[in-house]
Ligand binder design. Structure first.
Ligand code: SF4
Length: 194
């Protein structure tokens, strides 16, 4: 792999969700819509244009492109809020709070990029979940930072390797748009019969 290739943050989310999903998307270029993807795209339309607006003491920068030369990752943050010189990265997600911790890794990866770009410390970020209309505050603890950096390294080193087996997580598989391509139940059945 070209070491200078930057891993997109969205793939970091895919990696944490399921390494097989990461492989299907990243290595094989597979892509599929399901109701979750279509709804997410629809709800996301308000933050898909780059821009800036002022809300009281807060300035909101939408759709910000960031990267980290140290970790070789890049991507777009849905919004960065600035209040009293404190930057807060914000992601907008279709699902419910705490459904998938992979969102935390994506947000933390975005914060690491933003810290490198601005030279400031970013102690926390927020994820807005449309399904229950709640904002979850995610503290960028040293444990989360370390786990995020390890996930970036693991995802990058998995590139060019073998396709991972399906994960044992029926709820994730049920929500996964690649289920009909991945065929997790069929693969598991075949593996048991071999
Ligand atoms: S269907 Fe399940 S095993 Fe297959 S890619 Fe999706 S989450 Fe992973």
């Amino acid at each position: 792999m070209n070491e200078q290739y930057y891993l997109p943050l969205a793939y970091l989310n895919a990696w944490e969700y399921c390494p097989r999903r990461f492989f299907l998307e990243y290595e094989l270029g597979e892509n599929a819509d399901n109701e979750h993807i279509i709804m997410g795209r629809h709800l996301h339309r308000h933050v898909d244009d780059e821009g800036k607006n002022v809300e009281g003491d807060k300035v909101v920068y939408r759709h910000q492109w960031v990267w980290c030369d140290r970790l070789l990752v890049n991507g777009i943050i849905d919004a960065v809020e600035e209040n009293d010189h404190q930057l807060v990265p914000v992601e907008f997600k279709k699902g419910r709070m705490a459904n998938h911790k992979s969102d935390h890794f994506q947000l933390c990866g975005a914060a690491l990029c933003l810290e490198e770009r601005t030279g400031t410390n970013i102690p926390y970020g927020e994820i807005f979940y449309y399904a229950n209309r709640r904002r979850e505050r995610v503290e960028f603890t040293s444990a989360l930072r370390q786990a995020t950096e390890q996930a970036i390294l693991a995802a990058r080193s998995a590139i060019g390797g073998k396709m991972p087996p399906p994960i044992d997580h029926p709820q994730k598989c049920r929500d996964c748009s690649l289920q009909k391509i991945c065929l997790p139940k069929e693969i598991k059945k075949l593996r048991l019969e071999v």
